[in-house]
Design a protein around this ligand. Structure first.
Ligand SMILES: NC(=O)c1ccc[n+]([C@@H]2O[C@H](COP(=O)([O-])OP(=O)(O)OC[C@H]3O[C@@H](n4cnc5c(N)ncnc54)[C@H](OP(=O)(O)O)[C@@H]3O)[C@@H](O)[C@H]2O)c1
Length: 357
């Protein structure tokens, strides 16, 4: 199987990104990791900071973010708190996501990893801005946050040679066949029926993550900006709160109407067969840092992990997208709908509109 890079050159699946491809020295670089308080984001922050990268932990609640920095430096003695900073960021509203981006204090931004996410939320209400909540947090919030920071990302790329945006999506995007532009404005139906609805909405938000990354890459290239690398990734399945149904059934069983023992049983099985959080963090960290992906001009691609026969993370690689995820017309429509949503939210909040994108 072959896929094509931005020069339309066929690349094979032979690129195997190994743990050792994360550069040992990232000092001087500045990164933002959204959703850094737990799971993948926590481990990604560790992997970047271990190499000397300055990392802004973006998430909800300054005190909780500061606690996370203390946890990281306590758990990993090699980390220095001098290189770890809290950036308050609530993606459940596009207005707060933009406000967070505007409060980012550094002029330099080499790496932005859009990792935060929610799954299996069966809220019977939309977000305050009128969007289905998975779509709002996982896609719209990140769209607003990233596009607001784009001028800093581009100026960093111009000054230092390159910058990268990595959007954490999921293979769950294959559960659906496209974006339902009506459903993104409706809440999920509650109860048992809601489980299917939640999965679909989560899948839709992850499809939107991939489409956003592809469209952003295309827009940057169209204006001659080849120094900003953009990619979407799937981290693989692992035991964390977002570990799809296997981990969420226990936590949200009551809400979804399932007995808790089902969740416990599925989680126990999952622990034997799924990734650790460190393994789950590998693909996004590699795509955000490994030199090969830039050297081989793989901006715009989708990356996934490859597993050993025992089901552990082995290496990460570029992967082929199904046609429904690479539909350019839908990607453009999604961009326009998202940009209009942001403009409406900013106007309603009395904030100035975006200059980027
Ligand atoms: N785990 C898996 O098996 C799996 C598989 C495929 C893809 N993924 C993707 O991987 C990413 C990370 O997942 P994870 O398993 O590490 O999940 P996790 O441990 O639940 O972490 C999610 C993070 O997102 C943050 N977050 C949630 N809502 C937010 C909001 N409104 N504003 C800002 N931050 C918010 C959470 O912070 P709070 O504490 O404030 O809620 C948390 O830090 C997600 O994008 C997920 O879709 C995971």
């Amino acid at each position: 199987m072959s896929i094509f890079n931005s020069n339309n050159t066929s690349i094979t699946m032979s690129l195997k990104l190994q743990a050792s491809d994360i550069p040992k020295d990232l000092s001087g670089k500045v990164a933002i990791v959204t959703g850094a308080k737990s799971g993948l984001g926590y481990q990604t922050t560790y992997l970047l900071a271990r190499a000397g990268c300055t990392v802004y932990l973006a998430g909800r609640g300054e005190a909780a973010l500061k606690d996370t920095i203390i946890r990281l430096t306590t758990e990993y003695a090699e980390l220095s708190s001098d290189h770890l900073h809290a950036l308050e960021c609530d993606l459940s509203s596009t207005a707060t996501a933009v406000a967070s981006a505007r409060s980012f204090p550094s002029d330099r931004l080499d790496i932005l990893i859009a990792n935060a996410g929610i799954a299996l939320q069966n809220d019977t209400e939309t977000s305050p801005e009128g969007w289905e909540k998975h779509f709002q947090t996982n896609h719209l919030g990140h769209f607003a946050f990233i596009t607001e920071l784009l001028p800093k990302i581009e100026s960093t790329a111009e000054t230092y040679g390159s910058a990268r945006v990595v959007v954490v999506a999921s293979e769950a995007h294959k559960f659906i066949s496209g974006i339902d532009f009506e459903a993104i404005r409706k809440p999920v139906v509650p109860g048992l029926q809601g489980l299917v609805g939640c999965m679909k909405r989560y899948a839709q938000s992850k499809l939107a993550n991939i489409m956003f990354a592809q469209e952003l890459d295309r827009r940057l290239k169209a204006k001659g900006q080849e120094k900003v690398f953009v990619a979407a990734i799937d981290p693989g399945q692992f035991i964390l709160p977002l570990g799809a149904i296997a981990t969420n059934l226990g936590g949200t069983g009551e809400q979804l109407g399932y007995p808790e023992f089902i969740g416990k049983a599925v989680r126990s099985f999952g622990r034997l067969t799924m990734f650790s959080d460190r393994e789950g963090a590998m693909t996004q960290t590699l795509v955000a840092t490994a030199p090969q992906v830039v050297e081989q001009k793989l901006s715009g691609q989708y990356f996934t992990p490859s597993l050993t026969w025992l089901g552990r993370w082995d290496y990460s690689k570029p992967d082929e997208l199904k046609p429904h995820a690479s539909d350019v017309a839908v990607q453009k429509k999604l961009w326009d709908v998202s940009q209009a949503a942001i403009n409406d939210a900013l106007k309603a909040a009395g904030m100035s509109l975006q200059n980027a994108s």
